[in-house]
Write a protein that binds this ligand. Structure first.
Ligand code: PMP
Length: 305
């Protein structure tokens, strides 16, 4: 990924992709205090547009606030930076990664005295859990790792260090031949995937864990709330047990990278008919219409680049 033509926005300027580097004594590299976002740009009939850009940037700033990081740019500047990298790299669609980290002025746990850096990169990225996964559903394993407790590293911040937990869970599941992990909270209730929120469908009602289970407040999760309402479907946020997933009619993951990915199996238990369910299909199709600019009602969620 580093040996690439193109431009990266670094601390206010577009620099050559290969020159966008940090020093080995970078504080965040040692202690993990940093925040990031994952954003997608889609091709629409009226050109390339970034999906829910201000909401992603707001979450980035909120993540920084939670970690007591003083942002050196405004939200407007970071919004503009994301549009700039899409244009500068000639992307029609792609994944955008804004990252905020602390510099290499000093080490020691206290980050005070380190410069705050911001970068935005973008590159093409297809279906995160595979095109086949989007169509047929994926196989998931309940993780032996618990999701962060709400009072450990702060689960509403999309913090760099939170992803050690995600990485461990994802590696465990994929090493065992599954596509993704499902993490439970420390009390044993369903929380989320390693990089996705989770939903189940039972008797026509949609359920998702409430945020006290330690899940990130996903922007795709929120998008699904709107889609469900439009489809006349009720969404209930509540505590969900692992066996409620086993006996659900359908289940799916949501995320900027994962989009809306059906889950066809958990722990070798077939969910529903073992394929993308009808409610999931409707939600997925409405989601792709919205991000593709085919639903005028949500045109305000697309920022032209
Ligand atoms: N949970 C975690 C742990 C994630 O990393 C992500 C991806 N950002 C999500 C949920 C989904 O959030 P969003 O829909 O905003 O991408």
């Amino acid at each position: 990924l580093d040996d690439h033509d193109g431009k990266i926005w670094l601390d206010g300027q577009l620099v050559d992709w290969r020159e966008a580097k940090v020093h080995v004594l970078t504080h965040t590299l040692h202690y993990g205090c940093g925040v990031f976002e994952g954003v997608r740009a889609y091709e629409t009939a009226s050109g390339t547009a970034i999906f829910r850009l201000p909401e992603h940037t707001r979450r980035l700033f909120n993540s920084a606030k939670v970690l007591r990081i003083q942002m050196p740019f405004t939200e407007e500047q970071v919004n503009e930076a994301q549009k700039q990298v899409i244009r500068a790299n000639g992307l029609k669609s792609g994944y955008i990664r804004p990252l905020v980290w602390l510099g290499s002025e000093k080490l020691g746990v206290s980050p005070r005295g380190n410069k705050v850096h911001v970068m935005v990169a973008a590159w093409p990225w297809g279906a995160y859990l595979g095109a086949d996964g989007l169509a047929r559903g994926i196989r998931v394993k309940t993780s032996s790792y618990a999701r962060h407790h709400v009072n450990i590293t702060m689960t509403q911040a999309k913090a760099v260090s939170n992803y050690t937990n995600s990485i461990l869970a994802n590696m465990e599941a994929t090493d065992d031949g599954y596509d993704e992990a499902l993490l439970l909270d420390t009390a044993g209730f369903v929380s989320e995937g390693s990089g996705e929120n989770v939903f189940i469908v039972k008797d026509g009602v949609i359920y998702t864990p409430d945020l006290s289970a330690g899940a990130l407040n996903g922007i795709t999760r929120n998008t699904v709330f709107h889609i469900a309402k439009d489809l006349g479907l009720e969404v209930v946020q509540k505590r969900i047990t692992r066996d409620e997933v086993y006996i659900a009619d359908e289940a799916f993951f949501t995320g900027t990278a994962a989009e809306v990915t059906p889950i066809r199996e958990l722990d070798r238990v077939t969910l529903g008919a073992g394929q993308r369910g009808p409610v999931t299909e409707k939600i997925q199709s409405a989601f792709f219409d919205i991000v593709g600019g085919k639903n005028a009602r949500y045109a305000h969620w697309l920022s032209a680049v």
